[in-house]
Design a protein around this ligand. Structure first.
Ligand SMILES: [Zn+2]
Length: 407
């Protein structure tokens, strides 16, 4: 591994130009660096930050939109998300065709897109149930292994169609975790009764406890204010001592909660040190991002989907996710933009329980070198990084060229 010296980097924290010396995968010095390095990159005053992190991606389904069609999407994006359950039922048809080989090819394309745009960490939800069986798991575990030195993929064994509703899914989750999945998933809101939702969470925690795994679930993903699985999950995390180890994605019903109940939920989320990953661009309802942040809850943004049954766009470009959600969440002041940037870098890393993702000395060298001078310009233009450094290696170099033929 060659030493890398990044010169003239503009760092958010210091608000001035610094040099960054990288050796053996780590940042060894920030400031004025006199030492020589085999590879010198001149950032030319451009912004240099932590690389981007995507804490929620359905990686086994990427690029299936044209195959599955738009029927599910119409239900998912319907008014107040009242057809979310129907959408999931329709979307599950793709799994009749599930095979490791094409899932692997699609996921690899998405992984390379992530790297191109400076995203070095992905939490990959992989359908693991009686329809998908272990096809997605095999594909994504293979990809994780292949790219492990340059892209961190945390694989979540995810029972997309429920645990009680899909008898047999539980056994596949056990198997998937034995095969090496990193986290245990869940989607408790999809069960028919609250009792079953609780049982769903209990069953998944049993696996998480047995293998000492973090937990990431999709909660309350429909326009029904009576959905309470974010609360159930937080309570379970507290009772099991899984503090800082549990994430809830979506939690969209939160938007419809009364204020007293919302306050109680915030209290539980903080007690559990539980992160919320929101994806307002993939459905018409979303968690109360602004309020959660003001109460001190960790919130991150995820890509969620790339061209699948639920969402037609997406390219693992987290600056695009930040840009779109700047509008949907009305986060448009300069301070808001800083928060948006955190939600696709350091906050997203916290939501994945990655502790050393911060641009500081002695930390792992995962960073992007941009051709703009500020967070504002980065989000405005959704820039493609000039250079991406992952795990101390230069992994991507992008060039942009426009020639104006005008007089
Ligand atoms: Zn999702």
């Amino acid at each position: 591994m060659v030493d890398i010296l990044v010169k003239n980097a503009f760092l958010r924290k210091f608000g001035r130009l610094c040099d960054i010396l990288i050796r053996d995968g780590r940042i060894v010095k920030i400031g004025r660096v006199e030492e020589k390095a085999e590879l010198v990159i001149d950032a030319e005053g451009g912004l240099v930050t932590e690389s981007f992190v995507n804490p929620h991606l359905h990686m086994c389904k990427v690029y299936t939109f044209t195959t599955i069609g738009e029927e599910a999407l119409k239900h998912y994006h319907g008014e107040m998300m009242s057809g979310a359950m129907t959408a999931i039922e329709l979307a599950s048809r793709i799994k009749e065709r599930y095979h490791e080989s094409w899932i692997y090819e699609n996921a690899k394309k998405a992984a390379l897109e992530a790297l191109r745009y400076g995203c070095t960490h992905i939490r990959a939800f992989v359908d693991t149930d009686t329809k998908a069986k272990l096809e997605g798991v095999k594909a994504i575990l293979k990809l994780r292994e292949e790219l492990k030195d340059i892209l961190t993929i945390k694989v979540v064994a995810f029972p997309q169609d429920g645990v009680l509703r899909d008898p047999g899914a539980e056994e596949f989750i056990w198997k998937a975790v034995e095969m090496g999945c990193d986290e245990v998933g869940g989607i408790p809101w999809i069960e028919y009764t609250d009792e079953d939702s609780l049982l769903h969470i209990d069953k998944m925690f049993e696996i998480a406890k047995r293998y000492n795994k973090d937990v990431a679930m999709l909660t309350d993903d429909a326009g029904d204010p009576s959905l309470r699985t974010t609360e159930m999950l937080a309570l379970k995390a507290i009772r099991e001592g899984w503090i800082g180890r549990v994430t809830a994605c979506h939690a969209r019903a939160m938007q419809l909660y009364t204020d007293p109940y919302f306050r109680k939920l915030v209290h539980l989320l903080k007690k559990a040190d539980m992160s919320i990953v929101s994806d307002p661009h993939t459905g018409p309802l979303h968690a109360r991002v602004r309020e959660l942040l003001s109460h001190g809850v960790n919130v991150a943004l995820g890509q969620d989907d790339i061209a699948d049954a639920y969402y037609p766009y997406g390219r693992n470009k987290m600056l695009e996710v930040a840009f779109v959600n700047s509008h949907l969440l009305w986060l448009t002041s300069l301070a808001d933009m800083d928060t948006l940037y955190d939600m696709i870098t350091v906050r997203a890393a916290k939501a994945m329980n990655i502790r050393d993702h911060v641009l500081e000395e002695n930390k792992r060298a995962d960073l992007v070198i941009l051709n703009v001078k500020s967070v504002y310009e980065a989000i405005w233009n959704q820039v493609t990084p000039r250079y991406v450094i992952s795990n101390g290696r230069l992994v991507v170099e992008n060039e942009e060229k426009t020639t104006f033929h005008i007089k």
